[in-house]
Design a protein around this ligand. Structure first.
Ligand SMILES: *[C@@H]1O[C@H](CO)[C@@H](O)[C@H](O)[C@H]1NC(C)=O
Ligand SMILES: *[C@@H]1O[C@H](CO)[C@@H](O)[C@H](O)[C@H]1NC(C)=O
Ligand SMILES: *[C@@H]1O[C@H](CO)[C@@H](O)[C@H](O)[C@H]1NC(C)=O
Ligand SMILES: *[C@@H]1O[C@H](CO)[C@@H](O)[C@H](O)[C@H]1NC(C)=O
Ligand SMILES: *[C@@H]1O[C@H](CO)[C@@H](O)[C@H](O)[C@H]1NC(C)=O
Length: 272
């Protein structure tokens, strides 16, 4: 039979274990709470080659108060050094990889309110990949991953000459296809000419004939990353148009990578 002393001893041990588990749980919740507060309005942006792209990352605070002691680190997977770093109230570019020299523009006036977004200038093919934005501040730390894809895309222009409707878009990559349709959505056969430049960018010219002297035609330029849809309206000898772009969401491969990452993080939590 166990003595009173032994019972007290084992009860204490059990209480300590329960208490420790409780503290670890609280810490885990606090940590994941801070993590989920670092967010991005777009975790799979498509950068237009040679144009600028916004890598969005911000701290989702309830109030718009200043965030104390904020420091921000932008890293790129499989790249030595950093993309960008802000610490102790100033940029710190000592470890910046040369690929990003002079190409990263933070919004310094907005950093104090937790907006750590970065404008990446002159997008190149080599910029493609996964970026991690980490924010640390007086109340915690957190990070968000952003997968940047690159493409070339430009809105087409339209001309009407002797009953031929022509469109021209000079900046496309990967190689797109062009489709025309009439107002009712019936597909029309156009004549497409794609020219590849020495840098691998495609210039698109497509002509459609005959066209009515009053009518609306839709022209789509599409590759696996995005589609541009233009409505061209013919009035007599004039043509006017409007264009919008729709971007494909992240690939299923990427989605599964995220799933695996999330699952392993959950497993690690349970192991603790
Ligand atoms: C952060 O700042 C950039 C640049 O001004 C802006 O485009 C973006 O909308 C801001 N993000 C948030 C969440 O306020
Ligand atoms: C993409 O960049 C090219 C080259 O700078 C530019 O001509 C084109 O207008 C840009 N596309 C869009 C949709 O802004
Ligand atoms: C062009 O005119 C023909 C005959 O009038 C009509 O059937 C067709 O729908 C018109 N197409 C467009 C795009 O307006
Ligand atoms: C055009 O390209 C897209 C993406 O590569 C593809 O899904 C689509 O089927 C193509 N359309 C035609 C008409 O070839
Ligand atoms: C075409 O545009 C010209 C110049 O903008 C204008 O003078 C003319 O009236 C237009 N024609 C039609 C049919 O809208």
């Amino acid at each position: 039979m166990a003595s009173l002393g032994q019972i007290i001893f084992y009860t204490m041990i059990i209480l300590i274990v329960i208490f420790a588990a409780f503290i670890i749980l609280i810490l885990a919740l606090a940590f994941s709470g801070a993590g989920s507060r670092v967010q991005s309005t777009n975790t799979s942006p498509i950068g237009n080659l040679s144009d600028d792209v916004l890598l969005s990352c911000y701290l989702n605070t309830n109030n718009h108060q200043a965030v104390n002691d904020i420091s921000v680190t932008w890293k790129k997977a499989n790249l030595a050094g950093l993309v960008y770093k802000y610490q102790n109230g100033a940029p710190d570019l000592t470890d910046q990889n040369s690929q990003f020299k002079g190409r990263t523009l933070p919004f310094l006036d907005k950093l104090m309110t937790g907006n750590a977004s970065l404008l990446l200038k002159g997008v190149r093919n080599s910029d493609r990949g996964e970026y991690t934005c980490s924010i640390s501040y007086s109340e915690g730390t957190g990070e968000v991953n952003i997968y940047l894809r690159t493409a070339a895309f430009s809105a087409p222009t339209f001309t009407l000459l002797q009953g031929i409707l022509a469109t021209h878009a000079s900046w496309w990559f990967p190689k797109p296809n062009v489709t025309w349709s009439d107002y009712d959505g019936k597909v029309l056969l156009g004549n497409n000419i794609l020219t590849e430049s020495s840098t691998g960018i495609f210039s698109v010219v497509s002509t459609l004939q005959p066209v009515n002297n009053s009518g609306t035609y839709t022209c789509s330029i599409e590759n696996n990353l995005l589609i541009s849809i233009s409505q061209a309206t013919i009035t007599g000898s004039n043509v006017s148009w409007s264009t919008y772009f729709t971007y494909s969401t992240a690939s299923s491969l990427l989605a599964s990578t995220y799933l695996i990452t999330t699952t392993s993080i959950l497993c690690i939590y349970y192991l603790i």
